[in-house]
Write a protein of this length. Structure first.
Length: 121
């Protein structure tokens, strides 16, 4: 991720409602949520949530798709991962303990149903 895109993403996330929307969509999973459901969950008007969704989509943090008469929004997990990677890229130089925490198990990654092939874990 380029620094310019990272700055835009962080600027978008610095607003309370937008951060809440992204966190809500991350929890909702790849299926996403309709704009009306997001507005209801966030406790804001549909026009207010629409304004924030446009800004988040502009930065690439969320994506939209049409399902029948609804527009469904979902988190752009790849972009969010790129943003976290950008943030952590240089911070770990000389700090082995921080690097180790990044290389540990990923709590939100899809886990396999058992140990890896030929290994004990």
């Amino acid at each position: 991720m380029e620094e310019r895109q990272a700055r835009s993403s962080f600027a978008a996330l610095s607003q309370e409602t937008r951060l809440g929307i992204v966190r809500t969509l991350v929890v909702a999973g790849p299926g996403g949520m309709a704009a009306g459901a997001i507005a209801e969950r966030m406790g804001v008007s549909p026009s207010n949530v629409s304004f924030h969704l446009k800004e988040l989509e502009r930065t690439g943090l969320i994506a939209q798709r049409r399902e029948s008469r609804s527009i469904v929004y979902s988190a752009s997990y790849e972009t969010l991962a790129d943003l976290v990677t950008f943030l952590m890229e240089d911070c770990c130089v000389g700090h082995a303990s921080v690097r180790a925490s990044l290389n540990g198990p990923k709590p939100c990654s899809v886990a396999s149903s058992g140990p890896t092939e030929g290994g004990n874990g």
